[in-house]
Design a protein around this ligand. Structure first.
Ligand SMILES: *[C@@H]1O[C@H](CO)[C@@H](O)[C@H](O)[C@H]1NC(C)=O
Length: 290
């Protein structure tokens, strides 16, 4: 049921590592914890938060059951504001992310992996792109990235805490909640992200892209235990390598607003470094699936 959730976390490995005493005070949270705030220990508040998340999970399950009962996977009207990508925009997103455009500045090279960065007009956070040849077949890489099991997710994203799908938007797209751990006393991050899986045969047989973008949903408030990070734009592209069925051409492209008070120049540097490690972990974990 959480088959896409972990994907939202992929881009967040660096965030929790960077951490920050983020600032977020949200009205709904204040209501949930009203009264508890003074007398209770922080572990009781943490428990309350877990219960709140559990309640969200139950709501999400209920919604899926509604969908099944109505014999269609049509999203509920309340979810209607959220839309997936259509085929043209999926290809366009991938094309922009993989372009040879001179705005991309090459920042790092390690083995076959290269990492670029570019500034995005109107945004203080850069877009980061990594590309490299991974020693695992496209099938293994896709299967790993689509595995909702927390253990599988942690194999390439060790700071992953938990996640679940809030609702289905269309047959390719879900809204997923995910959280990543942080080290005391820094706040952990969470994300709410539209995640879609697109097979893109024009980019090679078996070519698959995961598209990610931050979204809002009335059922998912911002908890003050977390800083809500926003994946402004995210893409994982898995392409075959001609003549090498056991290898994948993997491209990661991400622009993340980490929230809180991490200076964006620090984030830009960390995300660049982190994408190298991400590729490395992904390769090792996917190779075990062959
Ligand atoms: C890998 O994919 C990128 C982006 O689509 C492309 O530019 C590059 O030529 C590909 N490399 C190989 C070896 O297939």
């Amino acid at each position: 049921m959480a088959s896409l959730s972990r994907v939202t976390c992929c881009c967040l490995v660096a965030l929790a590592a960077a951490g920050s005493p983020g600032v977020s005070l949200q009205p709904r949270h204040e209501r949930v914890f009203a009264g508890a705030r003074e007398g209770l220990t922080s572990s009781a508040r943490w428990l309350q938060l877990q219960l709140d998340i559990l309640q969200l999970r139950v709501q999400a399950c209920g919604r899926r059951i509604d969908c099944l009962l109505s014999a269609s996977m049509a999203p509920r009207p309340a979810d209607g504001v959220l839309q997936g990508w259509d085929e043209a925009s999926a290809y366009a997103t991938v094309e922009q992310s993989t372009s040879a455009d001179s705005s991309w500045e090459l920042k790092l090279t390690s083995g076959s992996v290269r990492v670029w960065r570019r500034s995005v007009p109107g945004s203080k956070v850069n877009e980061v792109r990594a590309n490299g040849i991974i020693d695992a077949s496209p099938k293994a890489v896709v299967s790993l990235l689509c595995d909702g099991d927390a253990h599988a997710i942690r194999s390439y994203n060790p700071l992953y805490a938990e996640g679940f799908d809030v609702c289905r938007i269309d047959h390719r797209t879900r809204l997923s909640y995910a959280s990543v751990k942080a080290f005391f006393p820094l706040k952990p991050r969470d994300t709410l992200t539209r995640v879609a899986i697109w097979e893109l045969p024009r980019l090679g047989s078996g070519a698959t892209a995961l598209l990610l973008q931050h979204a809002e949903h009335p059922d998912v408030p911002v908890y003050s235990e977390y800083v809500r990070a926003k994946i402004l734009r995210g893409m994982h592209l898995i392409q075959p390598v001609e003549g090498c069925p056991g290898k994948s051409n993997f491209t990661l492209c991400t622009q993340v607003d980490a929230g809180g008070i991490i200076p964006s120049f620090v984030m830009n540097i960390i995300t660049t470094q982190d994408s190298l490690q991400f590729m490395d972990r992904l390769e090792k974990a996917a190779a075990q699936r062959e």
